[in-house]
Write a protein that binds this ligand. Structure first.
Ligand code: HEM
Length: 486
């Protein structure tokens, strides 16, 4: 039984409330009294019920689960939660769309966030990925501009096709991800019927200090299922909470969704000569180069009890690593290492990491940082500095990740190109992998959106990028766009 089911209604301070229907007034027909404390407290609390929504990925749903390791990976990482076959780790996964606001429809064409928290015995490890293996851009400096074009225009208050295509067409590195997004997988049927990806390359390091670069894949055990644009449009009107409800009710029914977890592993020495820059987020590592290796299973099996407390206030940071796992030099990832903690301090507060959903569950956080808004006094009277002679927590001397070789002078500029690096090759490969039906739907989805652009030069530039990926792709798109624009 929860506290809400026992005893009388009370004020925030716990005093019994006599009347929850009528405010206290001066006489039967007079104005309300300032001493009507229960009324004032209710109105004031109500005014503060919202926190800032996430600047991106505002719309989401989450569930707890279990990660089970099925393969010995200790040759590549010393992370304890990855140390023993059969070992289980509690997890929390939040799915999201990217551009929409908190109350927007679930079935839009947009990447889906796949933010996974592992509550490990060495601290929480957050893998904050998407349902796509790549991304639109490769430098964090471009992220605010990119997102401005995806969200509401400052003048019209709506998303504008002009802004979206102006940015994408001027950022040709987005061609691969845009091709992916406007293909069949751009609108998953449910959150259970899609894959997840860590997307970035991360460092794993083993007990001997050897370094490996890894990419994570979470392959849905439910099978991939998608919605057509027409089905998605209908659902967005009839059932905007479609994905959220499907996830919750499937777990309530005991149909626990699961994913087979795989990694691609590249020994550090192979990175420099690899045909693609392995730290470029707009590229995949083709499976023939680095075959995915199955390492575990992720199952979601418990719904949060309170959406605000556990989903809205949940925080995930790509900077939350554990021993044996670390960042790569990916320029997007480097920017994200800053952005998330900063967002959490603004959105949830300086003690966000102490909330039940966010704090470590399999160990405890032992810091010298204290106080701030809504500090709960967890450290009691312990000394708050280090070094100290009173048995306080002390540094270990071993970094979580291994050093990475760097060379040259500080600079602005693109990373040196690897043999097959360009903005279009992998987009063309993706197009050619599609069946004829898939290609038709891709061209239809893209042309429907590009045709909304008001300026011919932007339309031309957008189509040209797809032509550079594949001649046939560009030609078909041009014809389709022209037919719609007349
Ligand atoms: C440099 C580029 C990026 C920046 C600066 C950035 C920044 C942010 C920020 C500020 C949030 C809101 C965090 C919060 O309020 O709790 C967020 C959420 C999120 N981002 Fe990014 N992002 C970037 C790229 C990416 C990429 C490449 C991915 C996936 C591969 C990604 C996946 C997510 C996800 C899944 C969430 C939602 C997390 C949650 O469920 O709470 N982001 N991002």
């Amino acid at each position: 039984m929860t506290v809400q089911e026992t005893g009388p209604l009370t004020t925030e301070a716990g005093a019994p409330v006599a009347d929850n229907q009528n405010s206290e007034t001066a006489g039967a027909s007079g104005p309300v009294l300032l001493q009507s404390q229960h009324l004032l407290e209710k109105l004031a609390h109500f005014n503060r019920e919202r926190i800032p929504e996430r600047v991106v990925h505002a719309r989401g749903a989450g569930a707890y689960g279990t990660f089970t390791l099925t393969r010995d990976v200790s040759q590549w990482t010393r992370a304890k939660f990855l140390s023993e076959v059969g070992k289980q780790t509690e997890t929390f996964l939040r799915f999201s769309t990217v551009a929409g606001n908190l109350g927007s429809a679930d079935t839009v064409r947009d990447p889906r966030g796949f933010a996974l928290k592992f509550y490990t015995e060495e601290g929480n490890y957050d893998l904050v990925g998407n349902n796509t293996p790549v991304f639109f851009i490769k430098d964090a400096l471009k992220f605010p501009d990119f997102i401005h074009t995806q969200k509401r225009d400052p003048y019209t208050g709506s998303q504008e096709a002009d802004n979206v295509w102006d940015f994408w067409s001027l950022s040709p590195e987005s061609t691969h991800q845009v091709t992916w997004l406007f293909g069949d997988r751009g609108i998953p049927a449910t959150l259970r019927h899609m894959n997840g990806y860590g997307s970035h390359t991360y460092q794993w390091n083993n007990e001997a200090g050897e370094v490996f670069w890894v990419k994570y894949h979470f392959k849905t055990d439910q099978g991939i299922r998608n919605l057509t644009q027409a089905e998605a449009n209908r659902l967005a009107g009839e059932d905007p909470d479609h994905h959220q409800r499907d996830l919750r009710t499937s777990i309530e029914r005991g149909e626990f969704p699961s994913w087979t977890v795989q990694v691609q592993v590249m020994p550090a020495a192979e990175a420099a000569a690899y045909r693609f820059n392995p730290f470029d987020l707009t590229k995949v590592w083709p499976h023939e180069d680095y075959p995915p290796i199955e390492i575990g299973r992720l199952e979601l099996n418990r719904n949060p009890e309170n959406v605000f407390a556990e989903v809205e206030q949940s925080v995930f940071s790509p900077a939350h690593f554990v021993p044996g796992i670390g960042p790569s030099p990916d320029r997007m990832l480097q920017g994200r290492l800053f952005a998330y903690g900063d967002a959490h301090r603004y959105r949830v507060g300086v003690n966000a990491d102490h909330l039940p959903v966010n704090r470590p569950h399999a160990t405890e956080a032992r810091t010298h940082s204290r106080d701030g808004y809504l500090y709960d006094g967890r450290h009691k009277g312990a000394r708050n500095y280090e070094p100290n002679s009173f048995g306080g927590p002390a540094e270990t001397g071993r970094p979580l990740w291994e050093p990475v070789e760097v060379s040259g002078a500080t600079q602005h500029g693109a990373a040196p190109a690897h043999a097959e690096d360009d903005d279009f090759g992998q987009a063309g490969t993706l197009y050619r992998l599609m069946s004829e039906d898939e290609r038709s739907r891709l061209v239809e989805n893209l042309s429907g959106f590009i045709a909304k652009v008001s300026r011919d030069d932007i339309v031309q530039r957008a189509v040209d990028n797809f032509r550079r990926a594949d001649e046939d792709f560009g030609k078909r798109l041009e014809v389709a766009v022209q037919a719609l624009r007349g």
